[in-house]
Design a protein around this ligand. Sequence first.
Ligand SMILES: [Zn+2]
Length: 458
Amino acid sequence: MERYINNSIFREYDIRGIVKDDFNDSLVEDIGRAYGTILRKNNFKDISVSGDIRSTTPRLKKNIIKGLISTGVNVYDLGILPTPANYFSLFKTKVKNSIQITGSHNPSNYNGFKISYNKKPFYGKSIQELKKIIIEGNFIESNTEGLIFKRNILNDYNSYLISLFDYNSNIKVSMDCGNASACLTAPEIYEKLGIHVNALFCDVDSSFPNHHPDPTVDSNLSKLIEDVLKNKSNLGVAFDGDADRLIVVDNLGRIIRSDILIGLFVNFIIDKNDYVVYDVKCSKALKEIIEKNKGIPIECKTGHSIIKNKIIEYSCKIGGEMSGHIFFSDKYFGFDDAVYVSLRLIDILLKNKVKLSDLVDSLPKYISTPEIRIDCENDDVKNDIVCKVTNYFKSKFNYSDIDGIKLIFDHGWALIRSSNTQPVIVLRFEADNNILLDKYIKIIKTTFKEICDFEISF
Ligand SMILES: [Zn+2]
């Protein structure tokens, strides 16, 4: 009997699914065998493996390691870690490949695999190649199994981050680790740096009893905002499930969207002719901040793996995307590390003796919607609608088609793109004021109705 594999687990940037349904032991072992095969074919002999705090992680780790060593690859087991500590190992040890077992910000019944190859993200076509090896059973078998070594990287990672900063004055930070992997690093690092922390949900609990570890959903930030206001904190930080993304709240309890946070950093970091990479969902404000600093904006497709590679390609000091992934090559390794990003922000506030709210208010401001997700019946319906409206809009408006279609209006823009992973159309709008924002939204809604008889309600 042919084995059932849910194709949708092989996503654009990682492998992810519901553990009970999608990851039986033999499939996970085969994912290990397939990646081991790819490593051996490219003359790599070693890999580091670690995982986040989810209750299903140990079983997935055991099986993926079993598959990896069957191909003769040696495994360095780094234990339970946030994702950035896994990336850190790629730069601080001789092992250039890794797998992090993590469900990122998804609910507790999910888990998955983020893979690095030769210090870079393994994504897109590479994940499809891995899937092909599994389906065809085209594995390298080794006469001698690889060896398994235990290695502790967590202490080195924490100590390294502590060594990078020297804060000479007091600051109060409300911190929400969502009971997830950031609990293993952020509270200790902050304490050793002498930061006064109001800790919310900073004890590991893989059932995520307080909220899903996804700070990009505003409702998950309500307790953090409350705490910032009640305790008069200088800022609030919330980390996602594996601590590669963060959302910041300012001293007035306002949520700082990631595009604005990147813009804030740009003002302090870039020099003339420096490139800054960001995704199509980001505000025009970010482009303007980069240009004001005489830098060169590079707008690209959404996807943290894409941005990470572009940052290397353009030697950017900083880049990032709306989803909360922010990458520093300036004084760091160029990977997305939410705890590091939060420390850089604190560093700016202390060195410049400024309030976060004042910094935010000094940036250009536009009215924008959050990301709006429209469910479709299936992928065919989604693609058909996007194709039809895209053709129509191309004949009517100025546009950019880097990722989906972004209509450029005189005083704002509208983005329409297909989700890479779900039967969902993603929309985002921005304008100089609310009246124009409503006008742009109306244009899109009317066109969807007229061209595709598709009602958008939000
Ligand atoms: Zn994450």
